[in-house]
Design a protein around this ligand. Sequence first.
Ligand code: AMP
Ligand code: MG
Length: 328
Amino acid sequence: MKKLLAVSLLIALLLCGCASNAPVEREIFAMDTVMTVRVWGDDSDVAAAVSEINRLDALLSVIYENSEVYALNRDGEAELSFDVFDLLVEAIEVSRRTDGAFDPTVYPFVELWGFTKDTQALPSQREIDAVLPLIGFEQVECDGDTVTLVNGGKIDLGGIAKGYTAQKVVELLQERGVETAFLNLGGNVQTLGSKPDGEAWVVGIADPENPSQAIACLRFTDSLALVTSGGYQRYFEENGVRFHHILDPKTGCPADSGLASVTVLAQDGAIADGLSTALFVMGIENATTLWRKSDDFEAVFITQDGAIFATEGAASLLTDCEFTVIER
Ligand code: AMP
Ligand code: MG
């Protein structure tokens, strides 16, 4: 029986200076993590944001028996409401562009390793091989709003749901006329607009060796989503070996790409979240190849030996550390 060590991602938010109007802030627990919603608006804006988070949590959870994802996994087929369908389509798009490094059908592996439970255990190769045919985003078939999992597999949107939720909350706040907000949904950070006092947003990247400390900071002034995937965030240990929660869908084992963490910066929260998981699986070389042919994200990589690499766009925001720039 192994104890799960869940280390929450450090987000060092330095809200210094005096804002012209003070933000309203609420901390909640949803999607199995602590979340902070900070809105330069009024109580009703924060309440709307919180209720949107809870609404999406209820639909997207792989664990809640009333969720649509749970029903799809249980029945192999389900008619999905707009958000679940929309997110599943986005998840499959991330799968395609990352050659399956991100794959929402990874859930049978997540279950096998026990990451949905309080206890984890090392599966045998035979158990992994038995599950392998269930994995593959090609087995998700859509007919209108009805989705079928053709091989009897199961989906898990946990690698992208928080980013999608942050994106939806930002859009909702914009519709309500809010110009400035800061969301930290369990390490998925998303900002809306510039701080009223003109100061930069400052978001720390956790040191994978010492996650309560920042190893670097990103400073920027406008809307941005920043999501970190790291092997230190959720793992168990057996005989001194660490087994983390980001699985390589091709092997069924924790990804071993030489990276300790990846932080993805993007305008869209779901893309940042899906890609952070995918790039962690792909490793720095394949991730760089993908970045060179994309124009919708930037990334900061921390290798297992502690070196920091940043794509050009991320490099221009990165401070308080030494790093190597990855050029186009
Ligand atoms: P994140 O923290 O965003 O990197 O997401 C990690 C979570 O996504 C895990 O706890 C699993 O629920 C799920 N997951 C693990 N590996 C993958 C993968 N290769 N593709 C998609 N989801 C994954
Ligand atoms: Mg992710």
